[in-house]
Design a binder for this molecule. Structure first.
Ligand SMILES: Cc1cc2nc3c(=O)[nH]c(=O)nc-3n(C[C@H](O)[C@H](O)[C@H](O)COP(=O)(O)OP(=O)(O)OC[C@H]3O[C@@H](n4cnc5c(N)ncnc54)[C@H](O)[C@@H]3O)c2cc1C
Length: 516
């Protein structure tokens, strides 16, 4: 994992507890409200650009700002940089704007255009730096990072260029002067509170998927049953509470115009199933061909909804399905399929994940079932003890099978609209895996313009404030375009533009409302 910088081993627990307390007591409160009772500032640093968050959005922004001539400081809440980026598969899509519009038509066109126009520039920069990035030589060919190596490489690049990467140093709030220009951040470091004064701040804190209040308000009331599929899952990694979003809102920023009610994630083994790395082992890409039933045994959603065809349809259908799973009781569902679906889409050699999902879920300890008749499969599912009714399972699947054979699944009480995916579950053996929705990242966030500047409610940019990565809202909406792509594209844009930010006209004196 990335080199530890400016670390103090004794501070990690204190930082963690501070973060946890903020989550319980103030999860829906502005970040600044959480530090009122703390000790006075003990240190001050001056720089040109301070970047908040050490994932792909933040590290890209820092390197770009540095290459453009700025002094940079990155502050990272965790004991090491990398965030969810370090736990990803590393695929950086470079889809065209038209593809993005087709895949996520409810998303923000300006944000999508900006990403599509800049992700290849990011790729060129990475190649010029000799970073561990593959592909991208041809337009649209897709790129990939070697996640941990890439994070280490970026940290070394920043440090060897004279920048700093401060770990266990969460941003507490933004600092502004009397003219409401951003002049830096107040952070909690292992050595005490620290004021980092800068001409520009780039927010890249990775989203709000562990903020119970926000997730319950916008995504699902079954927050407590969701499984986290991001850096917060790992030992001592602090939660994603939406620190960037709240800090921006506190200054009057606009939330994105959409995306708050959807998320990126995949199915994970239901508890007590044990999740191990790589988390992508559990992704049920084949779900559009399944019948999904909730924990009572009822079919509840169109498993193959979406607007696309071919492989994309599969991916997007799976994305839509897992979001519906999140809204079911216990954020839980069983995917039921037969031998045809198993052999074509869910086995080790199917190309959709390269792993036998039935075996993977069974080995994790999650409930699974396999039988030669639907009645026996349903009986086994009832025995899981989660509330499934064998009678209802058989009734719903029999009704679905009848409609599939007649080509009329669109007319079911819960329709399945893609005829191609509406296969009857009729070829034994039959399989069922029990999963819970895993949330990787949120889609709603801060509204930015094409320069990466955070927009005020008035429509004007907030002077000195930029964002990158998942903190930016409405790039994805319902369907998923790729957050490494978002981090790469806007890291590039915001880093370069933050480096051009002039010194604040109103000087470096903090306004009474934000002074430490
Ligand atoms: C198993 C898996 C596979 C994936 N594969 C892909 C893939 O192939 N392609 C793809 O596009 N996406 C993929 N993703 C998603 C993608 O990796 C993430 O959504 C993306 O990396 C997020 O980048 P980010 O920079 O916005 O946030 P992060 O990488 O999470 O970085 C944000 C950082 O900010 C820090 N932070 C939070 N609050 C504060 C604060 N107050 N002060 C300072 N620091 C703070 C966090 O600790 C974190 O380190 C995958 C995710 C997972 C889990």
């Amino acid at each position: 994992m990335a080199k530890q910088t400016e670390r103090s081993s004794g501070s990690s627990r204190r930082s963690f507890l501070a973060g946890a307390a903020a989550g319980i007591a103030g999860s829906a409160l502005p970040v600044g409200a959480q530090v009122a009772a703390q000790a006075p500032t003990t240190q001050e640093i001056r720089t040109d650009v301070v970047v908040v968050g050490g994932g792909i959005g933040g590290l890209t922004a820092a390197v770009c700002a540095q290459k453009a001539g700025a002094r940079v400081v990155v502050i990272e809440k965790a004991y090491e940089p990398g965030g969810t980026t370090a736990h990803s598969e590393g695929g950086v899509a470079n889809s065209t704007y038209e593809d993005m519009r087709a895949n996520a038509p409810e998303g923000d066109p300006d944000v999508q255009r900006t990403v599509s126009e800049n992700v290849d520039k990011w790729g060129e920069l990475m190649r010029s730096l000799d970073a561990p990035v593959g592909g991208g030589e041809k337009p649209g060919a897709g790129m990939s990072i070697a996640p941990v190596m890439w994070v280490n490489f970026m940290v070394r690049t920043i440090e060897s260029g004279g920048g700093k990467v401060l770990v266990e140093t969460p941003m507490l709030r933004l600092l502004t002067n009397r003219q409401e220009e951003v002049i830096g951040v107040l952070a909690d470091s292992p050595k005490g509170l620290i004021r980092i004064l800068a001409k520009a701040v780039v927010l890249a804190t990775g989203g709000w998927m562990t903020n119970a209040t926000l997730v319950q308000q916008h995504i699902t009331r079954h927050f407590g049953s969701l499984r986290q599929r991001n850096a917060s899952f790992y030992d001592r990694k602090p939660p994603f509470l939406g620190d960037g979003l709240f800090a921006a809102l506190q200054l009057g920023a606009q939330p994105s115009t959409g995306g708050f009610d959807s998320f990126y994630g995949h199915l994970l083994p239901a508890r007590p199933g044990k999740i191990t790395n790589p988390m992508s082992n559990w992704s049920a890409y084949f779900s559009p061909w399944c019948v999904a039933v909730n924990r009572f045994g009822r079919r509840f959603t169109d498993e193959a909804q979406g607007k696309l065809t071919g492989r994309q349809m599969t991916r997007q259908g799976e994305q839509m399905c897992v979001q519906e799973v999140a809204r079911q009781s216990d954020a839980m569902a069983a995917y039921v399929y037969d031998d045809i679906v198993y052999k074509q889409y869910a086995c080790e050699n199917c190309g959709l994940g390269g792993i036998d999902k039935y075996i993977a879920y069974k080995m994790s300890g999650a409930p699974t079932a396999m039988a030669n008749t639907l009645t026996e499969l349903a009986r086994q599912m009832e025995d899981w003890g989660v509330g499934m009714s064998a009678e209802l399972i058989v009734r719903d699947i029999t009704e679905y099978n009848q409609a599939a054979k007649n080509g009329k699944t669109w007319a079911l009480p819960v329709p399945k609209t893609s005829a191609k995916h509406a296969l009857a579950v009729e070829n034994p053996p039959f399989y069922a895996i029990l999963g819970q929705a895993g949330i990787t990242s949120t889609h709603g966030g801060i509204r930015v313009n094409t320069l990466g500047q955070v927009l005020h409610r008035s429509g004007k940019p907030i002077p000195g404030l930029f964002a990158a990565g998942v903190d930016i809202g409405n790039f994805n909406n319902c369907t998923y375009l790729g957050n490494l792509t978002l981090g790469a594209g806007y890291g590039y844009v915001s880093g370069n533009n933050a480096a051009k930010q002039p010194a604040p006209k109103g000087g470096w004196g903090a306004s009474p409302t934000t002074s430490a």
